[in-house]
Design a protein around this ligand. Sequence first.
Ligand SMILES: NC(=O)c1ccc[n+]([C@@H]2O[C@H](COP(=O)([O-])OP(=O)(O)OC[C@H]3O[C@@H](n4cnc5c(N)ncnc54)[C@H](O)[C@@H]3O)[C@@H](O)[C@H]2O)c1
Length: 362
Amino acid sequence: MSVKSSVVTSILDQLSALGHKKVVYCSDPDTGLKAIIAIHDTTLGPALGGTRMWNYATETEALEDVLRLSRSMTYKAAITGLNLGGGKAVIIGDSRKGKSEAMMRSFGRFIKNLNGEFITAEDVGTTTKDMEYISMETTHVTGVPESIGGMGDPSPTTAKGIFLGMKACVKEVFGTDMMAGRSVVVQGIGNVGEHLVELLRKENVEVFISDINEERLHQVARKYKAKPVEADKIFGLDVDIYAPCALGATVNDKTIPKMKFAIIAGSANNQLADEQVHGALLLEKNILFAPDYLINAGGLINCYSELTGYGKKRTMQLTENIYDATRNVIKLSKADNIPTILAANRIVEQRIIDIKKIKSSY
Ligand SMILES: NC(=O)c1ccc[n+]([C@@H]2O[C@H](COP(=O)([O-])OP(=O)(O)OC[C@H]3O[C@@H](n4cnc5c(N)ncnc54)[C@H](O)[C@@H]3O)[C@@H](O)[C@H]2O)c1
């Protein structure tokens, strides 16, 4: 079967537009596996990124997602000071019905053939059990269950990083990083959101919460004495901090005009619908944005610790660095009057350029 040259050109154009190194298509009709692995940059180390299983409507949609997500992983690893590059994988299919041991092990063999250039972990639609299956075929996997040497659920570490990034922003805006007396609305009280609510309530922060899962909303509200709010009321709330912990792109043309927040700091990936446009709008409105890929890096730090055998103490130390890293981003943003997201990008890109240079000398 001949491949149309226009298709080849457009995929390769997409790779070069975002600076990707490699994309691997994986197909195994015997197990139903259809997957794409994207390796964005490996200057700092092997590309690490989760495997997402999602029922994408088209292969184009899956490719776009994996390209975008793998690039974010490069930025997340680099700003956190880890020796890791960025990658991501997507498996096309319904994670509730289409998964099997054979499929995951088949996928593990594709990862094995990359000889350590890509290391995976769990993500939306995959579990620690899936990582265990992958680990039967390759050592290039993290996020396996604690019972077989993994670090377990990364959400508490992620929540800790969010809390510290938030504190760094509070210090900037209010002159002290004491959290008592501040008010926060947490959107999405899933794994990360609930841990964040717990940390905030321990510091006597007034916490508002919202979730599409009503039962969970009321359960978490009772447990931590948090105040439930309706999903569509969040953006007009008169509180100090908005913590998006559900979905990406919630900071956009529609929501920004309603915002009275002083700070945005949460765990969701890609919170700004458009980095350039909405980063600039937030700067104009004097709303301090904590770059998502920096403050939500706790999960990645957990994976890194599992790979290196660092243990819980070192994991916590690396997570605590998020406070100073956030302060540095804010400093650069103020000095050059640029949005914090662009300041963070600049720090990442400079680190990659610097390390690339030293790696080119013998
Ligand atoms: N788990 C981690 O360690 C980690 C690390 C980095 C980034 N993140 C990101 O942080 C976010 C939260 O992760 P998680 O592991 O807690 O996920 P989760 O699935 O456990 O929780 C998400 C919660 O958001 C709720 N939700 C979905 N749509 C909503 C909406 N429109 N309004 C309000 N609530 C809504 C869901 O009902 C759920 O309770 C995700 O975007 C994830 O990609 C997570």
